[in-house]
Design a protein around this ligand. Structure first.
Ligand code: SAM
Length: 211
């Protein structure tokens, strides 16, 4: 059974799906430069969690077999159209990233999530990360791209100004603790963390330890 905050997010994205791509356009102009760089080496079986409207799909190499999951069937309808432009094979499923109930353990070479963990409430993040670890093969890689508060005073003020709107529209926050939760997990190693822009867009790369 879904918890209350997950149900809330599902309801939010049912509505937001109608205008998500328009709303996100100012940011997407930046993200679309990063997506191909992020995904160029992601091959084999891939789970993309919180696939949204499928913005990443056309950037996977042809050697990828992507399973894209999202809480929102309405977001997946749009992703399905984008999947037609993909070079790789794509399967889309409505699944909760916290309970990937139809996906077997140790199935995927990669786990990718872009701007999912800034949406997931802190209390739910450890559970989503456990599912990530469960479905990854030993040695499988993960890439998480998230937005976080900057330490730069000017940028931080701008983020704080936008924060209520961003949370209202997307359920996203800049103050999630994903990296801390990852550091607490056994069975994985964080290989690299770096910012893609200023100190606000954090890319976390790692892998499940080989057994
Ligand atoms: C901010 S959007 C990001 C979409 C996409 N990854 C991108 O980069 O454009 C967050 C997505 O996560 C999905 N989502 C939120 N909670 C989820 C959950 N528990 N399981 C799966 N998807 C979830 C939302 O429905 C939404 O499509």
């Amino acid at each position: 059974m879904r918890d209350a905050s997950t149900q809330f997010l599902a309801r939010k994205y049912r509505i937001v799906s109608w205008f998500y791509d328009i709303l996100d356009y100012p940011w997407e102009r930046q993200y679309r430069l990063w997506r191909p760089l992020l995904l160029s080496n992601v091959e084999g079986t891939v789970l993309e969690a919180g696939v949204g409207t499928g913005r990443n799909l056309r950037h996977y190499p042809s050697a990828a077999h992507v399973t894209g999951v999202d809480l929102s069937s309405e977001m997946l309808v749009i992703a399905k159209k984008r999947a037609r432009q993909a070079r790789c094979s794509v399967t889309l499923m409505q699944q909760d990233a916290l309970h990937l109930r139809d996906l077997p353990s140790a199935r995927f070479d990669w786990y990718v999530a872009t701007f999912l963990y800034c949406v997931l409430p802190d209390a739910l993040q450890p559970r989503a990360l456990e599912e990530m670890i469960r479905v990854l093969k030993p040695g499988g890689g993960f890439k998480l791209l998230e937005i976080v508060y900057s330490k730069d005073a000017t940028l931080r003020r701008r983020q704080e100004f936008l924060a209520p709107l961003v949370e209202q529209l997307y359920g996203a926050r800049f103050d999630r603790h994903t990296l801390e939760y990852l550091r607490e997990k056994d069975g994985i190693e964080i290989v690299n963390t770096r910012f893609l822009k200023a100190d606000a867009y954090l890319l976390i790369e790692g892998r499940k330890k080989p057994s």
